[in-house]
Design a protein around this ligand. Structure first.
Ligand SMILES: Nc1ncnc2c1ncn2[C@@H]1O[C@H](COP(=O)(O)OP(=O)(O)OP(=O)(O)O)[C@@H](O)[C@H]1O
Ligand SMILES: [Mg+2]
Length: 408
């Protein structure tokens, strides 16, 4: 096993566009690191540079202490599972898994033992004599993983290994990978599009945007303390509501409600007004799960939050969850930064539609007027021009729950 270190790594393909742009990242020995970001942000390129399938244009890649920029892939002792895994159709499952060991001419006894161990972990024991064409997609995927784990590699690299599977199998394999990691404790870099995989599998998550690393942190820290609009919009599902806002003193005006920010939530950089005395233009972030149907909030708690009237356009009741969708209007120029962000996040457009995740017990119905409630201390604020988070550091990640003085 080994740590992986990237220092100021750059990758320019033929046309000069930096697919990976000055990425520095330290992956500790035994750490499970997740790479996420929209399509085309450079995840696969980064992984392929670590394995050696792609030249590094600039910077340094180290495995353990060794600089590997010029080391051919076969001498790096890394195992990689690709999104489009290729099995050898004429070989049995056993021989497919054994392939890397045969290449290294390991003794037959050792090959048998390692393949059987891997097959047991991956629940492939009864399929060892079959051919890939006789297997389901999920089983094939597991064979590809088996081929990676029989090797005692210094690190394991996965490029969206579960993306071809249906939801149920995906969940099953996710648990399997988490268990495997728990047992083997090997250095792993794992690329995914999937929110659940990103939040549950990794020790830390690295968020990439257009080849540039935005933030590397634990899933919880990314969720609670996103450094900018991009990370805020990317981490969390359903994603954070990003709403154009203005701040004048402590008065925060959203298109659908205005209220005073609690003193601790006022950004230190804002001053009483914007630079020319006009209200400061911001983007406010409200997580869907921080809303509630006001009718279900205890009166004492309700008083300390913000309640506003809405007309719900769509309600989705899923049993364990319930979502209310509320359209709102806003001035075109204020929405501009949100459109740019939406484009980068691979979304159609910035929809002026508030998503609230409310208690499934709520009886809010489509078309009826209703009241939503939220805690103003939980509102995120971002600079509309730069997208940087404006949260005062003292409150960062420490989103206080309301203490009910009566103890309810
Ligand atoms: N061989 C290549 N030649 C030129 N440009 C490339 C090549 N491979 C990738 N790119 C470009 O580099 C950028 C990063 O691509 P990469 O495959 O790393 O993205 P990704 O984050 O893995 O995306 P996805 O989620 O769609 O797999 C993209 O803009 C892509 O067009
Ligand atoms: Mg990719």
């Amino acid at each position: 096993m080994a740590a992986i270190t990237l220092e100021h790594v750059v990758k320019r393909y033929g046309d000069g566009y930096p697919a990976v742009n000055d990425v520095s990242l330290q992956i500790a020995d035994g750490e499970f690191m997740i790479l996420v970001g929209p399509s085309g942000c450079g995840k696969s390129t980064l992984l392929r540079m670590i394995v050696g399938l792609e030249d590094v244009t600039d910077g340094e890649v180290r495995i353990g202490e060794r600089v590997v920029n010029d080391v051919p892939p076969r001498d790096r002792n890394l195992a990689m599972v690709f999104q489009n895994y290729a099995l050898y159709p004429h070989l049995t499952v056993f021989e497919n898994i054994a392939f890397p060991l045969r290449l290294r001419q390991r003794p037959a006894g050792e090959v048998r033992q390692r393949v059987e161990e891997a097959a047991a972990v991956l629940e492939l024991t009864e399929h060892l004599d079959r051919k890939p064409s006789q297997l389901s997609g999920g089983q094939r995927q597991r064979v590809a993983m088996g081929r990676a784990i029989v090797r005692e590699a210094d690190a394991y690299l996965y490029d969206e290994p579960l993306s071809n599977l249906d939801a149920q199998l995906r969940g099953q394999m996710r648990t399997e990978i988490a268990r495997l990691q728990g047992r083997l404790g090997v250095t792993t870099v794992y690329v995914t599009h999937d929110q659940v995989e990103a939040m549950t599998l990794g020790d830390r998550v690295a968020v990439l945007r257009k080849g540039v690393l935005q933030q590397v942190d634990t899933p919880r820290a990314l969720y609670e303390r996103p450094v900018n609009l991009f990370v805020a919009g990317f981490i969390g599902s359903p994603s954070m509501n990003l709403v154009p806002a203005t701040l004048e003193g402590r008065r925060l005006r959203l298109p659908f409600v205005e209220f005073d920010l609690p003193p601790a939530a006022i950004p230190p950089t804002s001053g009483p007004d914007g630079p020319d005395g006009t209200p400061m233009a911001l983007v406010a972030g409200l997580r869907p799960e921080h809303f509630e149907d006001a009718a279900l909030v205890a009166p004492a708690v309700r008083e300390r939050g913000v309640t506003f009237e809405v007309k719900v356009e769509v309600v989705e009741w899923l049993g364990a969850e319930q979502y209310a969708y509320v359209p709102y209007g806003a001035q075109a120029e204020m929405v501009e930064p949100l459109h740019r962000l939406a484009a980068e996040l691979d979304r159609e457009s910035a929809r002026l539609l508030l998503v609230a995740s409310i208690d499934p017990a709520s009886r809010i119905r489509r078309g009826d007027p209703a009241h939503l409630w939220f805690d103003p201390a939980r509102v995120y604020l971002f600079d509309a021009a730069t997208g940087d988070s404006l949260r005062p550091p003292t409150l960062d990640g420490h989103v206080p729950e309301y203490q009910d003085p009566a103890g309810h």
